[in-house]
Ligand binder design. Structure first.
Ligand SMILES: [Zn+2]
Length: 191
């Protein structure tokens, strides 16, 4: 199969969409189709100004996500890392920061995660890699990894924080249930 030249902007699924709650399945074929998907996933992440994006956020149940933790900094050049079948091998310490998610537009809340992790993954050619990450980088990987197990960052916040954002979540969910793929911009305007 030949790879199409133009990267595609994939529609992003939002809170309330069942695909965000599904445990994604391991990738078995490291082929052109996977690499084309990874390219589109990466393109969509940058277009939506994200530092990470998981496959189920764009409607695919493969265990794949892309991250670029340097992207938000000024004069940064794209340096995406696509992780296929990733595993968090171990975690240590605690790190708390405010998180957001392209699938939960307009909502930000503090989440506690490991401060230091060791992980492994395959690239899109099936080559295995191991790495370690700390602080912000570790948070981004843990956030994206959660997506592959159907977990959202709002599942990890305090009950009080959840109560505060419940109305906003319901608003997002009602749109998802209508089967529409809502863009972040729409919510920003309505807030
Ligand atoms: Zn997310």
């Amino acid at each position: 199969m030949k790879i199409n030249n133009e990267p595609k902007l994939l529609p992003v699924r939002v809170y309330g969409d069942v695909i965000l709650r599904i445990k994604s399945l391991p990738v078995k074929e490291f082929d052109d189709k996977l690499r084309e998907f990874a390219r589109d996933l990466t393109y969509t992440m940058y277009q939506r100004d994200g530092v990470g994006l998981a496959a189920n956020q764009v409607g695919s149940t493969q265990r794949v996500f892309v991250i670029d933790t340097l992207w938000s900094r000024e004069d940064s050049v794209p340096n995406p890392i696509v992780m296929v079948n990733p595993v968090i091998l171990s975690g240590e310490g605690e790190y708390e920061m405010e998180e957001g998610c392209i699938s939960v537009p307009g909502i930000f809340a503090k989440v506690k995660r490991y401060n230091y992790i060791k992980y492994s993954y395959f690239d899109t050619y099936g080559i295995s890699h191991e790495g370690e990450a700390e602080g912000y980088d570790a948070v981004v990987i843990q956030h994206e990894y959660d997506h592959l197990d159907g977990i959202l960052f709002v599942d990890r916040i305090s009950k009080l924080s959840l109560l505060k954002i419940k109305r906003k979540l319901n608003a997002i969910m009602s749109t998802a249930e209508n089967g529409q793929n809502i863009r972040t911009e729409i919510f920003k305007v309505n807030e």
